[in-house]
Design a protein around this ligand. Structure first.
Ligand code: ATP
Ligand code: MG
Length: 514
């Protein structure tokens, strides 16, 4: 007798739901992503009992015609892809045609939807995967999906759900991340009568970040474009002495992802800048051509595969490293000869900028901590979300900077670097990690870890690799690191050299002064 049999569609859907629908937060993710794919500009999420009793997602997107609405709850029914080649460059959040039937198979689901042109809407009711009714209803354009009694027909799965508060927290986190990834969409989240989050549509990622997280002077802005990648976001400043572990949220083409390549690149960048092991707070939004990334590698689309993994790693690492170099440097607490402890806290970019202000050619390119131009938040940007999230408001107005306010905004911030040649000190365009050569002055201007005490650096050009400033000691020495080790720079001697170069340039290039 034959043992192999075709499973009934409801059972197949429940099996699929086992992967896609883990808890209320995963239902919210799928429904919100559908709303985003439908071009919604406002999405409202309401939950009751942490989403176990009810999840309701309403959008003002394109809506569906009656036939599409009926089909949308069938397995493998999608409007987002049609051919195998479409899988090579996916431009939508969904593409499998699995979410709605999976959710419907483990709940009571009601879908109401109307296109802008239609005179009436359609209501589709499904109970545990079985179609119960399709009727015409009055409705504003858009779609409302209500999911009640999640896992009512799978008691074992329902038992795995946590308390209402814990599930509600997960939903809240999920909506916060979806809101971060989609700044132009307005989001509201309510739990019973309580509004957990409300953020109006914002212009840019920075504005949405401010709406959700408030002012965060402990973070620095990341921005880099290279190799077809565009990276923006915020990371913990090196000077931040807070917890060594923080939230790490990564987004690839607006998709929330868990990705080891990105995570490793971030850790790598910190490792070259600080001896303290850190798993720092980081929010990175990475955009790349859809054909450079495979999103069809994980059941809940939470992981992706980069076609050029090592390139992505390198660009992310550099982006983070450059931003770390631009942020405020930590306090150096070293014992002085007298035994007392001397603490110095100086922003190296401001120091370098002050050199630049007297010396054309010394360049401190610009990126900035949160609240700092350019690319930071403009004053009063965005309207803060009403949020019960872990917002860390700190005193001081938006736009307040931890970089010396006297530093011109176009020179403060980014990874600083110097290029000096014997013919004069020349600037570098901003935005790239810089390196160059600086002639040694009296053999003592620049010592690298490879040069022992008392040893002088040979006259001639010394190559300066990209350096990350760690701090300043006794108002004299800048301590910095690069991939090879620690560099100690006598800032006064360096300044003299800059002045010398400037005078030489004036004597050789300009007209003779009498
Ligand atoms: N909120 C919505 N507004 C308009 N159309 C929707 C909405 N939700 C679903 N649809 C339509 O229903 C179809 C099925 O949705 P479903 O979420 O099951 O699959 P999908 O989004 O195509 O792929 P995936 O399973 O990867 O999410 C979608 O392709 C879309 O055409
Ligand atoms: Mg979907």
């Amino acid at each position: 007798m034959a043992k192999v049999r075709q499973l009934p569609p409801e059972l197949a859907n429940q099996i699929a739901a086992g992967e896609v629908v883990e808890r209320p937060a995963s239902v919210v993710k799928e429904l919100v992503e559908n709303a985003i794919d439908a071009g919604a500009s406002r999405i409202t999420v309401a939950i009751e009992m942490g989403g176990k009793k009810l999840i309701r997602v309403e959008d003002d997107g394109d809506g569906m015609e009656p036939d599409d609405a009926r089909l949308s709850i069938e397995r493998h029914a999608t409007s987002k892809i049609a051919r195998a080649e479409d899988l090579e460059a996916i431009h939508t959040m969904g593409f499998r045609g699995e979410a709605l039937p999976s959710i419907a198979s483990v709940s009571h689901l009601v879908l109401r939807t109307r296109t802008r042109d239609a005179e009436a809407g359609t209501e589709v009711r499904v109970n545990g995967g079985a179609l119960a009714a399709v009727t015409e209803v009055g409705l504003a354009p858009g779609t409302i999906v209500e999911v009640s009694d999640l896992f009512y027909n799978l008691p074992a799965r329902r038992k795995f759900l946590k308390s209402d508060v814990a599930e509600s927290t997960q939903v809240s986190r999920m909506v916060t991340q979806l809101a971060l990834a989609n700044p132009t969409v307005g989001f509201t989240l309510t739990s019973g009568p309580r509004v957990l989050l409300r953020c109006p549509p914002a212009g840019r990622m920075e504005d949405r970040f401010y709406q959700l997280h408030g002012e965060r002077p402990d973070l620095v802005l990341v921005q880099k474009e290279a190799g077809g990648l565009r990276i923006r976001g915020f990371i913990a400043a090196l000077a931040e002495q807070g917890p060594t572990r923080g939230a790490q949220q990564y987004f690839v083409n607006q998709r929330i992802v868990k990705d080891r390549t990105i995570a490793h690149a971030v850790i790598d960048a910190y490792a070259s800048a600080t001896a303290k092991e850190r798993s720092p707070e980081a929010y990175l939004f990475i955009e790349m051509p859809a054909e450079s990334v495979d999103v069809n590698v994980h059941p809940t689309k939470a992981e992706v595969r980069f076609h050029q993994q090592s390139v992505v790693h390198e660009i992310v690492r550099r982006a983070v490293q450059e931003s770390l170099g631009s942020g405020p440097v930590p306090e150096l607490r070293l014992s002085s000869e007298s035994g007392s402890v001397q603490a110095v806290n100086l922003s190296l970019p401001s120091l370098m900028a002050s050199l630049q202000s007297t010396t054309p050619g010394w360049t401190v390119p610009s990126s900035a901590p949160v609240g700092e131009a350019p690319g930071g938040f403009p004053e009063q940007s965005g309207i803060p979300c009403t949020s019960f999230g872990p917002s860390r408001q700190s005193p001081g107005g938006l736009g307040q900077s931890r970089i010396d306010p006297t530093v011109p905004s176009d020179v403060s911030g980014q990874l600083w670097g110097v290029t000096a040649q014997s013919s004069g000190v020349s600037g570098q365009p901003s935005g790239e990690m810089l390196s160059g050569t600086l002639p040694a002055v009296g053999g003592q201007t620049f010592q690298s870890a490879g040069v022992g005490p008392g040893q002088s650096v040979a006259p001639g050009a010394v190559t300066i690799k990209p350096l990350i400033p760690l701090g300043q000691f006794r108002h004299t020495f800048i301590i910095a690191v690069d991939d090879d080790g620690v560099a100690v720079i006598d800032q006064h001697v360096a300044h003299e050299r800059v002045l010398y170069e400037r005078i030489m340039a004036r004597l050789t290039d300009g007209p003779l002064e009498s």
